[in-house]
Design a binder for this molecule. Sequence first.
Ligand SMILES: NC(=O)C1=CN([C@@H]2O[C@H](COP(=O)(O)OP(=O)(O)OC[C@H]3O[C@@H](n4cnc5c(N)ncnc54)[C@H](O)[C@@H]3O)[C@@H](O)[C@H]2O)C=CC1
Ligand SMILES: CC(=O)C(=O)O
Ligand SMILES: [Mg+2]
Length: 597
Amino acid sequence: MASTTATQNAIAQHSANYGSIVTHHPKKQKGITNPLSHVPNPVAHYDTTISKPVRKYLGTYGLFPPEPDTYEIQKKRCLAQLRSKQTNIGKFIYLSQLRHANVHLFYRILTDHFTEITPLVYTPVVGEACQRWSEIYMQPEDKGNIANVLKNWPQEHVEITVVTDGSRILGLGDLGINGMGIPIGKLALYTGCAGIRPEGTLPLTIDLGTSNKAFREDPMYLGSRRDKVSPEEEMEFLDELMVALKDRWPDIVIQFEDWKNPFPSLQRYRNDYAMFNDDIQGTGAVIMGGMIGAVQQSGVAAKDHRAVFLGAGSAGVGVAQQIVDYFVHEGMTEDDAKKCFWLVDSKGLVTLDRGDKLADHKVYFARDDNNGQQFKSLDEVVDFVKPTIIMGLSTIGGAFTPEILQKMAKLNNRPIIFPLSNPVSKSECTFEEAIVNTDGRCLFASGSPFYPYEYKGKTYHPGQGNNMYVFPGIGLGTILCKAIKVTSGMIYASGEALPTMITEEEKERALLYAEITRIRDVSARVAVYVIRAAQKDNVDRLHSLRDMTDEQLEEWVIEKMYDPHKAIEDIEDELDSLAKDLAHTRSLSQDKKQLKL
Ligand SMILES: NC(=O)C1=CN([C@@H]2O[C@H](COP(=O)(O)OP(=O)(O)OC[C@H]3O[C@@H](n4cnc5c(N)ncnc54)[C@H](O)[C@@H]3O)[C@@H](O)[C@H]2O)C=CC1
Ligand SMILES: CC(=O)C(=O)O
Ligand SMILES: [Mg+2]
């Protein structure tokens, strides 16, 4: 772990109180007046690609090595530095520092190397960073004063925020304000994958106390030491926050992320704000998108599938609900579609007669056809149901044991195995385990990335069923068409867009999702689908988009996306022309002096 001192140089630290908002401020630019001042976190003045005339203009000439680099060399150096870090957390910190120091360079490298960098700024490494966040970063303010806190945020044009209270970070439990890594990581993907301008993003963590006793007793922990507030207090706080956000940025899109029980807030705000819950809805859409291909490749009709879900929380119920919608789309009645699902939580199969009071969100899927029998373990449920699909959203790493995977292989020609919990340590099985125990026949997607795996002379490619395939496009589409809310139709459309992006070559490799390297194109397509659905639901406000063909709309969306390569070129052009103007002015005054005018 790098020392705190080193990281504090890049990252500011502040104190914590109960009921406070933790904001992640971009570094304010000081010093030289320059044409980059409108960019919150511009190309560093010491960027090694800056030309000599521009260095003279900026007043940095001679302060760093003289010969300007090309971007290729600069990138090579950055990647070498990144790869020289011994630990993943070291790489995470290096990338955080790079983002603070030179935002466009960070995003250029991210977009050029999605496969390598995404796991370092998002799952799985962001999970480790959150567990150790007190060592890294912090920045809270007080409750009861939210509008004023938001006024302190330096950006005038925030377009999207990701907000968490840290109470269920990935599958790592309640991490309190250390959960801040998640809003930052998700928003980095908003910029990298969907081209939302970096300065248009606002990562937000609300300090509502934590149930994490170890953190409360840890002197390094910078959040409030009180226990998690009651659901009523949480709602009061959120009511104030939602109003304050909309007051300051009337068009803001609000993404709720990693809350322990997010159903009440989704219910409460979905009709009045452009908001959605990523864990319920984004995950639902992305898994539905992968399931469309999986059902086709399984050779089993939708109506004949039987899905066992390990995990009946926000993601489990969200995914099951979204696949019900898809099955209904395929011609089933809702009642028949619902009967294709068996949800299992920490107490076993969710049934109406289990004897405990079920949380509201579980009731819809609770079984009533268990003849009074209760099933405690996943193994028992698999024997009872004989599933075609097993889905893991339980946070229990390794829960899909070799025995269970072998049973799935025995029951099905192409078993659908989706261990979706994050990070990798919580994945219900690894890709290797799934391949080996199903003799390479499974249709697979996991929440965190796995490497391709070679088995019996053939290379198998895992799918990544992670909401990162849809949330950037949901946000982008909502922002661009100025939707007043995010409807169920928009969420459904985001998932439907995904299979349209899989190439023939990817289909041959049995991929359920497009390669991550094409994530920007995927996000643009998702945005188009989202916009069309918003138009259908009459919640869009930019009506001129209605007249465009789909091709025109997609082109327009891509044009609107922030492109770090283009951004840096624009800035270079701007600086070059200013430097030339300056040189010209200087030579004019020189001429005037010589002519004694
Ligand atoms: N792949 C993706 O895009 C996403 C993955 N996830 C992952 O899904 C997991 C769950 O997230 P949420 O549903 O939001 O959490 P949650 O806390 O709402 O739900 C967890 C569920 O797992 C159940 N569970 C816990 N221990 C269990 C056990 N021993 N046996 C059976 N069930 C058990 C709980 O009863 C609960 O129903 C997390 O690991 C998260 O990272 C969440 C959202 C998106
Ligand atoms: C991916 C995600 O949103 C989660 O694991 O919570
Ligand atoms: Mg999440």
